[in-house]
Write a protein that binds this ligand. Structure first.
Ligand SMILES: Cc1ncc(COP(=O)(O)O)c(C=O)c1O
Length: 399
């Protein structure tokens, strides 16, 4: 059945105010996500923790939804506060020997760099594979593997080029080599299918505030069951242990499941938001979302290329994503982003490029409007266009 864009658009009040194409930064939440979170806040305001049993049931339900999203088991899902915390738990939880190696990609978003870089003080060697024009070939990653490689850690989708890795191919190669694959999935999860079983992924982390259309500070950490015993919780608290509800006990034995990585009280309002967000995505259907996002970015990329902009990153559909970045033909990225904002279009500038990132509820007409604005700038010149600015939206663009 074709995706009913208009139906779902009504879930996103942001569409009444602007053309929102900044999902690679922070997504606007849907009405359902807002209602779930406000509903919980209302409940706590009026009843305190009286209905806590329902919260516990909700945690379980959201774990099930997240497991469905990535084809994992619910007991392999931990809630985390953000992607970085998930990466850090996995990286620090593994037992390392001096000389062990980690392979990653040059120019990754820093969240998937520092946690691994910090292992150097434990004698771990971090090898970075260069990206070319934003693309990373599987072969170059595989060439970097040595007998000492323990982990390959990659973004599913690169934050600037939008290059989307074939995780299944990479996961199979990692399995054949005998090393673990870890994925920072934040720039793709919610918009593109991820199957942790088929891709043989050992660990994965993603906050919900980008392509999952959830709130900030509510993330998942997936740790594969077979690997869990090798990933000791680096953050330890009363919730990490098997007998967490018996406060008289003091034996330090980890929970049997991924809850061992949740050291204390959860961000319940965040979990409610995350659950509503994921359920909306599952209802729409990830394969349909993926096709739609690719259609939109394809249209955008072709239009920008036709205008003579220098588009960075992949063009082939199997490597593309929801991110299109380009160096403007004239003027700076920052000024162009300001001009877009003055015209009620929200995009971002990153490293001298304009980054545009539409989601499934954006329309072809909105893409065409974005192209029209960019053409206007060309004909007026960015400087003059900004001089003619009429109205500025009261917002900033976070990372
Ligand atoms: C690839 C990637 N990883 C991680 C993050 C953010 O990490 P966190 O959820 O820890 O803030 C971003 C944000 O832009 C990103 O692009």
């Amino acid at each position: 059945m074709p995706l009913d864009v208009q139906h779902y658009r009504s879930q996103f009040p942001v569409t009444e105010f602007s053309i929102y194409m900044n999902h690679a930064a922070v997504a606007p939440i849907s009405q359902r996500v807002r209602d779930a979170m406000v509903g919980l806040l209302d409940e706590v305001q009026h009843f305190g923790s009286q209905h806590w049993q329902r919260w516990v049931e909700t945690y379980s339900g959201v774990r099930r939804s997240l497991a469905q999203l990535i084809n994992a088991e619910p007991d392999e899902i931990a809630f985390a506060k953000n992607t970085s915390e998930g990466i850090s738990s996995f990286a620090n939880g593994l037992g390392w020997q001096p000389g062990d190696e980690v392979v990653s990609i040059e120019g990754e978003f820093p969240a998937n760099f520092y946690a691994w870089k910090a292992l150097e003080k434990r004698g771990v060697v971090l090898r970075l594979v260069p990206a070319e024009e934003g693309r990373v070939s599987q072969e170059s990653i595989l060439r970097a593997l040595t007998p000492r490689t323990r982990v390959v850690t990659v973004s599913f989708v690169q934050y600037l080029s939008g290059f989307r890795l074939d995780l299944e191919k990479l996961g199979q190669a990692c399995a054949a080599h005998g090393c673990l694959l870890f994925v920072d999935a934040i720039q793709g999860l919610g918009a593109f299918p991820v199957d942790v079983r088929r891709a043989n992924i050992a660990g994965l982390a993603a906050d919900s505030h980008k392509w999952m259309l959830g709130p900030e500070g509510s993330a998942l950490l997936y740790v594969n069951r077979q690997v869990m015993e090798k990933v000791t919780p680096p953050e330890i608290g009363w919730m990490s242990v098997r007998h967490s509800s018996d406060f008289s006990r003091r034996d330090l034995s980890w929970r049997d499941d991924a809850r061992r990585y949740e050291c204390g009280t959860l961000n319940t309002v965040g979990v409610y938001g995350l659950g509503a967000a994921v359920n909306l995505l599952l209802e729409v259907g990830i394969p349909s979302i993926a096709e739609r996002v690719l259609d939109l970015t394809d249209r955008l990329r072709s239009g920008l290329l036709a205008q003579g902009h220098s588009v960075f990153g992949p063009r082939a559909r199997e490597e593309a994503s929801g991110i299109v970045s380009f160096v403007p033909r004239q003027g700076t990225a920052e000024r162009l982003v300001e001009w877009f904002l003055a015209n009620h279009v929200q995009v971002a500038s990153r490293l001298g490029m304009v980054r545009i990132s539409p989601h499934f509820y954006n329309t072809e007409e909105e893409i065409d409007r974005v192209l029209e604005i960019s053409r206007e700038v060309e004909s007026l010149g960015v400087k003059n266009s900004l001089g003619r600015r009429t109205h500025r939206l009261p917002c900033t663009t976070p990372p």
